[in-house]
Design a protein around this ligand. Structure first.
Ligand SMILES: *Cc1c(COP(=O)(O)O)cnc(C)c1O
Ligand SMILES: [Zn+2]
Length: 451
């Protein structure tokens, strides 16, 4: 490891250690908190190792037309801001990142907004933002000579890990909660050759088991407690800043599960700001599902100073997490950017997902909390119509096709959940109809839908 360029700093007590000295569970020996990657050269030897802002902006854009493998990755294109490897030749990449930023014209109009965008992280190689983190952390595992990697997952982490491990020729172990993950994700882990164990517990239970395993066997832990994952996951912040010509949007809205992604995006913008590449950070808000809302509760009760775990229930499986590991990092991001943390109901999530679908941008249920949250923030006048807002869509719609089909068939939500929303739901639902194989029958169906 390139211990000269980076070190790990404990988020709780501030202790600094070399990257290679971290415990297998990535917890601080003194206080049990998580680490953050820190690059000493950026502030301690000012002027010397500190990257030059103008030169970097030029270099990163130039790389977009390069045919070099590393340059084609939307993560490693920014490698000056993540010097975590001894040799970038050890990087394992599937050309992740460089995801599209789509304007949401109809939704913006409906909400009385001028500038609304979706950063679609579901357009990554395995269909979620987890790829950006996995390319970083799995490359570290390879460089350190590990033969096995492992994660506990609600689905997308395992899909990403299994794919990157397979590319690198490493073996992978996946622990998932039995019966509580979307089939699209489980099928990916199998396809990419992971050893997959479904445990009779929830996500948080899988994490406890895995934490024991990595202390007993030489297996590299790739859950988001691994600080190198956040280094990859911060790069969408760089892409967004670049897309806005380094002016940064006013507000970024991110789903919150284990809360690593919001933390990573906060770190990305914070570093851009510290290095003088952007003039300010955007406001960053985190949205959780009502049934898996420990951080939203904590913000209601004590402004994010303390958090009580909950037992998590939501159909948005990617954010069904009751005891999020990175909550302190996420709370810091929300506090320092004056963002909000709220929760939204299952009905609000389902409607928002269908609305994004109707704009031609499918996404996972977990991603749709961003639009549901935006609608709430607009209704409470916490976001002005003139602000530029980016919703981070975290996963691809095909990850959980069952959810979408159930919604359009009308079987997703209970009667109680539908109450008060019947008209809205009717307007959004597009169920497939069975008709006779004649032009007349199809034309009649057309007429029916137009009315
Ligand atoms: C992992 C994931 C999330 C939650 O991200 P955290 O870093 O756990 O907060 C949200 N949406 C999708 C699609 C995910 O895969
Ligand atoms: Zn500590």
């Amino acid at each position: 490891m390139n211990d000269n360029l980076h070190q790990l700093r404990c988020f709780g007590c501030g202790d600094r250690i070399a990257g290679s000295d971290a415990r297998p569970d990535f917890r601080c020996v003194h206080c049990g908190d998580l680490f953050e990657v820190e690059y000493a050269g950026w502030n301690q030897r000012k002027g010397h190792d500190r990257p030059n802002a103008g030169a970097l902006k030029w270099l990163w854009r130039e790389r977009r037309s390069s045919s070099e493998v590393l340059d084609q990755s939307g993560v490693w294109r920014f490698r000056e801001l993540l010097p975590i490897l001894d040799s970038f030749g050890n990087a394992v990449t599937l050309r992740e990142g460089n995801t599209p930023l789509y304007p949401l014209l109809r939704t913006a109009k409906a909400l009385g907004m001028d500038q609304l965008f979706a950063k679609h992280q579901g357009m990554n190689p395995t269909g979620s933002f987890k790829d950006t983190g996995m390319t970083a952390a799995l490359s570290v595992a390879r460089e350190r000579g590990f033969e096995w990697v492992a994660c506990a997952s609600t689905g997308n982490t395992s899909a990403a890990m299994a794919a990157y491990a397979a590319r690198a020729g490493l073996r992978s172990l996946v622990l998932i909660p039995e019966g509580k993950i979307a089939w699209g994700k489980l099928s990916q882990a199998m396809d990419y050759g992971a050893v997959t164990c479904q445990l009779k517990t929830d996500f948080d239970g899988c994490v406890s088991v895995l934490t024991e395993i990595v202390q007993r066997a030489p297996i590299y832990l790739l859950n988001s407690v691994n600080p190198y994952r956040l280094e990859g996951q911060k790069t969408p912040a760089l892409e967004i800043a670049e897309a806005f010509d380094w002016m940064v949007p006013d507000h970024l809205i991110v789903p919150g599960g284990n809360l690593a992604n919001s933390s990573a995006l906060g770190k990305g913008f914070r570093e851009l700001h510290e290095l003088g590449l952007v003039a300010r950070m955007p406001r960053i808000s985190v949205i959780q599902a009502e049934g898996a809302n420990p951080l939203a509760r904590s913000f209601r009760l004590n402004q994010g100073k303390a958090m009580e775990p909950v037992e998590a229930h939501t159909r948005a499986t990617a954010i069904r997490i009751g005891n999020p590991a990175s909550w302190r990092k996420a709370a810091k991001t929300i506090q320092e950017t004056a963002g909000w943390c709220l929760d939204v109901t299952e009905t609000e999530i389902a409607i928002a997902k269908a609305e994004l679908g109707a704009e031609g941008l499918g996404c996972e249920p977990a991603s749709a909390v961003t639009l549901a949250g935006l609608k709430k923030l607009r209704a409470e006048n916490k976001i002005a119509g003139s602000e530029s807002v980016v919703l981070v869509l975290t996963g691809h719609t095909l990850k959980d096709a069952d959810y979408t089909i159930d919604f359009h068939r009308g079987t997703l939500l209970t009667d109680r959940e539908k109450a008060g929303y019947e008209a809205e739901l009717d307007q959004l639902r597009r169920n497939a109809v069975v008709v006779d194989a004649t032009p007349a029958a199809v034309l009649a169906a057309l007429e029916g839908s137009a009315g």
